[in-house]
Write a protein of this length. Structure first.
Length: 219
């Protein structure tokens, strides 16, 4: 299941800083527009400034931060163009792969059912970051089921951006939580029924609603 940060345990001081900052950005503890300083991060993680610089450079290459020498690192807000690009790519990949998932093997249906249950549990606990990780896992399972490794890698590259947008969306629209769960159930029901057209239409409607709300939240 995709997670807000890499699953491997941090092995260096720079890794620890990287995971600390990345998780903070993805779960919105570090919101867009916040300036992070090396000293503050070094104190928060309990390391020297050298690994902080290494971690921030890595995060800059991933498009989450913008470094300003002698000032710190600015958490980049999610732009309207980024939203449009992510949504367009999701639609292209997810509509294609959900059709390819039919007829869905029992193992896929079992995994999707488990992920919907995880989303419900995290929603009840108020853990929106964990809910969004399970949400991304739900869609990623369908993408992987198509067996196209190039599409899988492309979709994985969207993971962090989707998590960040998704958590922001749920904070801005709490009523979206139940609706999202219902939409995932609709997709799962269509896959169980072996109905590729309904499954594709459900994915298209689901992503379209997300697009409309995220665009509204970004304004």
């Amino acid at each position: 299941m995709p997670a807000p940060a890499p699953a491997a345990a941090p092995t260096t001081a720079a890794d620890r800083v990287y995971l600390h900052v990345k998780r903070g950005v993805l779960d919105r503890r570090y919101a867009g527009g916040v300036l992070l300083t090396e000293g503050e991060l070094a104190e928060a993680v309990g390391v020297s400034r050298t690994p902080v610089r290494e971690a921030l450079l890595r995060l800059e290459t991933e498009g989450l931060l913008k470094l300003y020498p002698k000032k710190g690192a600015l958490v980049l807000p999610v732009s309207a163009q980024e939203i449009a690009d992510v949504i367009e790519t999701r639609l292209l990949v997810e509509e294609f792969t959900v059709r390819r998932a039919v007829p869905a093997p029992p193992g896929l249906l079992d995994r999707l059912t488990t992920l919907v249950e995880e989303q419900r549990r995290h929603a009840a606990e108020g853990d929106l970051a964990a809910m969004m990780a399970a949400d991304r896992g739900f869609h990623a399972e369908i993408v992987r089921s198509a067996g196209n490794q190039i599409l899988c890698r492309l979709y994985d590259q969207l993971r962090d951006r989707q998590l960040r947008m998704g958590v922001a969306l749920l904070h801005a629209h709490p009523d979206r939580i139940e609706r999202s769960l219902a939409e995932h159930a609709e997709i799962l029901d269509a896959l169980r029924a072996g109905d590729a057209e309904t499954a594709a239409a459900s994915v298209r409607a689901h992503v379209g609603r997300v697009e409309a709300l995220v665009r509204g939240s970004a304004r």
